[in-house]
Design a binder for this molecule. Structure first.
Ligand code: IPE
Ligand code: IPE
Ligand code: MG
Length: 235
């Protein structure tokens, strides 16, 4: 359908709170409705043959929110992973996690680890949940891992750090760089998402709130992407 499908689509799923508020509902209902938008996204992605999707579900900065909202988000996440796991397994989706495990509630870590383990041989679509994810933190931990390995091997000062060293230690490794970054809900900022991986991404902003994101919205974004001329610094 599209001559040029992005290899890796990353989505900043923003606007759940505004969706709820606009309907006089508590913010947590917006997150719940947002989970149905993920269901739709998965169905269409499988139909289209998308290979890698990264979803920004909770940032390292989202801990600043009221504890009641944080709890509601993680409860929803626990429910979502368990409830959708059969579908995910049957459809050949592989679950991945990007982000620091520390601070994530124990039960959520367990559910994510279980989903990762149960789907590790699936190859149709990589579904990367970015949870307790921050671009700065990811790059820092990459350098720390490089350092740790070099200390172990006693080669700390032997050679300079390369792009490959850094990329191999990112949470997203071995996913390819992001081709298309979508942000919903009208904000035109990156909010610390996949800073390294979006170096040459095409960035698509839409006013649609995440809970309203549907097939048509995704097709519009993909069509827009299809019309971009990517130059990567060349002519
Ligand atoms: C995005 O929706 C979901 C998370 C950050 C977990 P928001 O909760 O940020 O929704 P708005 O921006 O307040 O509308
Ligand atoms: C980005 O949305 C994080 C997620 C979608 C998980 P935010 O709503 O947290 O971003 P800001 O605060 O508007 O930049
Ligand atoms: Mg927001």
């Amino acid at each position: 359908m599209f001559s040029n499908l992005p290899e890796h689509v990353a989505i900043i799923m923003d606007g759940n709170g505004r969706w709820a508020t606009s309907k006089g509902l508590p913010r947590k209902d917006g997150h719940k409705e947002g989970s149905f938008a993920i269901d739709r996204l998965l169905e269409i992605s499988l139909e289209l043959g998308l290979k890698n999707i990264s979803l920004y579900a909770f940032s390292t900065e989202n801990w600043k929110r009221p504890i009641s909202e944080i709890n509601a988000i993680f409860e929803l996440l626990n429910f979502f992973i368990e409830d959708r796991l059969t579908f995910i397994k049957e459809k050949g989706i592989r679950v991945l996690h990007s982000g620091a495990k520390s601070k994530i509630p124990i039960l959520s870590n367990k559910k994510i680890e279980n989903a990762i383990e149960e789907t590790k041989n699936n190859t149709k679509l990589n579904l990367n949940f970015c949870l307790n994810y921050g671009g700065h933190e990811e790059i820092i931990q990459s350098f720390n891992k490089i350092l740790e390995n070099r200390i172990k091997l006693n080669e700390i000062l032997e050679k300079e750090i390369t792009i490959e060293d850094i990329e191999k230690n990112l949470y997203t490794y071995p996913l390819p760089p992001v081709d298309l970054l979508i942000r919903t809900a009208g904000e035109q900022r990156i909010s610390n998402f996949l800073l390294w991986q979006i170096a040459y991404a095409e960035i698509y902003f839409t006013n649609t709130l995440w809970p309203d994101f549907n097939k048509e919205a995704l097709m519009t974004a993909l069509e827009w992407y299809n019309n971009r001329v990517r130059k990567f610094g060349g002519l």
